[in-house]
Design a protein around this ligand. Sequence first.
Ligand SMILES: Cc1cc2nc3c(=O)[nH]c(=O)nc-3n(C[C@H](O)[C@H](O)[C@H](O)COP(=O)(O)OP(=O)(O)OC[C@H]3O[C@@H](n4cnc5c(N)ncnc54)[C@H](O)[C@@H]3O)c2cc1C
Ligand code: FES
Length: 504
Amino acid sequence: MDDPSRSTTTATGSLWLDALPADGYPQLTSDLDVDVAVLGGGITGLTTALLLKQQGARVAVLEARRCGGGVTGSTTAKVTALQSTVYSKIRGKHGEDAAATYAQASAAAVRRVADLVAQHGIDCELNRRPAFTYAATSKELPSVQREAEAARSAGLPVELTTSIDLPYPVAGAVRLDDQLEFHPVRYATGLAAAVHGDGSSVFEHTRVVGVSHGSPSRVRTEGGATVRAAHVVVATHYPLLDRGLFFARLEPTRSYCVAARVAGHVPAGMSISAGSPTRSIRSYGELLIVGGESHSVGASDATPERYARLEQFAREHWSVREVTHRWSAQDPSSYDKLPVIGRYGPPWPRLYVASGFMKWGLTSGTFAAMIINDQIGGRENPWAETFRPNRFEPKSLPKLARLNAKVAADMVGDRLSGAEASSVAEVPPGEARVVGSRRDKTGVFRDDAGGVHAVSLRCTHLGCLLRFNSAERSWDCPCHGSRFDVDGEVLEGPAVKPLPRREV
Ligand SMILES: Cc1cc2nc3c(=O)[nH]c(=O)nc-3n(C[C@H](O)[C@H](O)[C@H](O)COP(=O)(O)OP(=O)(O)OC[C@H]3O[C@@H](n4cnc5c(N)ncnc54)[C@H](O)[C@@H]3O)c2cc1C
Ligand code: FES
């Protein structure tokens, strides 16, 4: 049985990452010439690389850490065109056509994932499952009814139902059949294996630190090797390069997941609540997975209580024997709530980006790969215009100004960056404190064995002040979502340089 005293402890790591293969791909150590350099080995980069290779291109995937070890390895792993209440939101903001495009692209992505699994014999426990967006109360029912109507007019064969495979009654639900669940790390591992070989390569532990656009473009890596490529695809999740105000347009939010062994029935369907608090549910074998508890990256309440609330929800509705995993991850949303996919813009015709997936990137990262594959191949893509990265409109200026004001405040340090202490001696084990002057802040973490880890708190991306995330024991940036471990190593970009360590 689970030890209840563990219920508020920090993360243990994603369930899926247990399956990262021990043997990885080599680090890039010498210069290389290819047709396309793909930066990032998550679902977006690997799918893009594979589709390009299938079209005859020589591709190099450059991954800073491990393929599938980014957000792709920390999801709830539902591959579905029904995504909470996305169609009513897109229709409300962008109209019927944009909602229909999103539906077509998402449905095509679900089919493409199943096709790639079949073509390459990827062993990723792929199963067809119905997806549900449900109203937990009668108050939430109108939003579910609106979603059913918006999804149907966008072209998806959804139905409204009250019958759902959950141990508590719901007021109503939208149902879409034939969606997919899979094991995301096994899927990414299978994609990487299909990319590697026959003139194309996958490199791990190869962090990209800069790109010079040209003919060819030059991609510089941390180890010193350069890749020359006719085209460069930035699939680093939060874009590594800012060529069009991306940093102002994309806001990362973090969410939490727990996996638990439960007695009795686990749900076969994949569900998400339409209202608040969000609860996203699926099973994996005999394990129940519950996700939710979103907040902006760098929020002061990134605490272990987030896990406790998900565990409490699981215990309320299922007979939980043991909580096996707790993990969290983040995904950016664009200011206008559509993904950002395609060429950076006219001055950079051979530089492509894919981001802003709003926590549905297993589907939208896949259709991003389809769009970019067409663009590099010189083919028209019917969805590309809707997701164009440079779709900047004057009417979005107030929202952008608000985002920029938040970033500016975080840069000058007007916000509190964490609990302060006047000396290192005051930092308790397992906790972090901010020590030092307003201009020169040092983040001090004391590990459980009493060791002190001290780093500069200025983010190495654009200089915002970092906050401690006690759920993950990391220093997180509220501006664009970079994260660093307690010794300053980069966990997530867009930062590429570690934090300077401090002697205290
Ligand atoms: C809690 C949670 C649950 C989710 N659940 C779902 C779900 O059920 N269904 C769904 O569709 N989506 C879900 N998502 C969203 C989805 O997981 C992401 O949108 C998707 O995985 C993004 O894939 P990616 O390839 O763009 O990013 P990643 O998987 O993060 O890949 C990017 C890669 O780039 C690498 N990288 C970064 N910087 C550099 C650099 N400088 N040089 C080289 N490499 C670099 C990183 O190491 C990383 O491996 C969820 C997200 C969260 C946070
Ligand atoms: S300043 Fe941009 S991520 Fe920190």
